[in-house]
Design a binder for this molecule. Sequence first.
Ligand SMILES: C[S@@+](CC[C@H](N)C(=O)[O-])C[C@H]1O[C@@H](n2cnc3c(N)ncnc32)[C@H](O)[C@@H]1O
Length: 470
Amino acid sequence: MSLKKGHEVTLKIEGAAFKGKGIGKVDGMAVFVSGTMPGDEVRTRIIKRKKNFREGKLLEIVSPSPDRIKPVCQHANVCGGCSWQHVPYEKQLEYKTQQVTDHIRRIGGLDTPVLNALGSESELYYRNKMEYSVSSRRWLTEEEIKSEEFVDDSGFAAGLHAPGRFDKILNLNECHLQRTESFQILDFVRTYCLEHDIEPFNTFDKTGYLRHVMIRTVHHTEDFMVNLVTFKDEPETIKKLSNALLEAFPIITTILNNVNDQISPTSVGRFEHVVYGPGFIRDKIGDFEFKIHPNAFFQTNTAQAEKLYKIARDYAELEDGDVVYDLYCGVGTLSLFMSQKASKVVGIELVEVAVENAKFNAIENSVENVSFIKGDMKDVFTPEIVEEFGAPDVLITDPPRAGMHPDVVARLCELKVPRMVYVSCESSTMARDLKILSEVYDILEIQPVDMFPQTYHVEAVAKLRLKKNA
Ligand SMILES: C[S@@+](CC[C@H](N)C(=O)[O-])C[C@H]1O[C@@H](n2cnc3c(N)ncnc32)[C@H](O)[C@@H]1O
């Protein structure tokens, strides 16, 4: 049977594949279906036809997997926030381990042991940052779309983007990703705006007022931030809304107003007002304290980040006096984490504000043996830099999803670093890079770490050692 677009088929889901989609086969052809899990029998309509696979839209679960559970959240199947709430947590960890293993074997061609994914203590409410969006256009429910009647999608929608839609917002009635006050605040803001004729932003007309409600909480202190992102600068409106928020939620320690009067849908305003409190919150990772401004990068699951960093540090087997390089260092969290035993740590990072934050964090924590260099890795991680700062005894690399540039991988092969640790948020690109690195380095062990329960994302840490004959 040649599966064409529009065909409807029933199939058994046999595995969990890339991006958390279930995979089954029809006459030997792989079919990927979102919202399914191994063991499900489903009816699906083919919506994408590629040479080696098809993609199907889930129409009906004919017979559910015995492992399937009822999602905690009513929005689970529609919202882009959580795609695996129907999968029990131990199964999520199993699939994540399997995903990393598959990539390492298939793409990397390596037989390195992959340990079981390290689970998060909190399966829900683990995020320390939520960026809810507000829009005058809401995402319709399946029933509304199927309805023969005209359905008005205008209004005041506050929640998360519908998957793949920049303009439509799923109007949330609940959310379980951040501590409970977080959704209560979003709900309060929505009601307040409706009662006080405060308009949501309209992406198409570029009119309206409120664009985002960002909430940042912390793990180790009592700080709590609300950042109201608006299209216009209206100090009186924001003051009144903030006062109402503070009265209803005494837990809030700071409120900011980022004014984004540009087209791009970002929470980073062209300018920012501190409406209440200090304008930042503080949290700790290990022994280090970080001042977190509304738009500064900070690991989203603090408790798991600590575990991830500890694994990286264990794999580094730091010795007194080591020279450590931290490639793709972000705001320098890992650099500081490594600095206690090292003689010096050199962090390299592309984004200027991240480098500024990293320098600031080092000063705030009285760490003097770290240096940060700004630039594109392939251009700045040069033999001259190594000459200037000294050859690395240990090198940590934590690139973005795309992995490392081939020139950087080649340089690491030439550099022959005794101990190396590769931290990755995308195991397929890590596997591609490790395949090349394995010509010079032994890839000893890989530990997947789950930073994002209820999603298919997984981090992985690899331990590398220079080959004896390299
Ligand atoms: C996964 S994050 C690493 C974060 C950091 N290690 C931490 O734990 O907080 C990847 C970092 O690589 C940076 N980056 C992306 N492309 C880069 C490039 N071409 N050169 C240097 N840094 C880059 C990003 O800005 C980001 O901070």
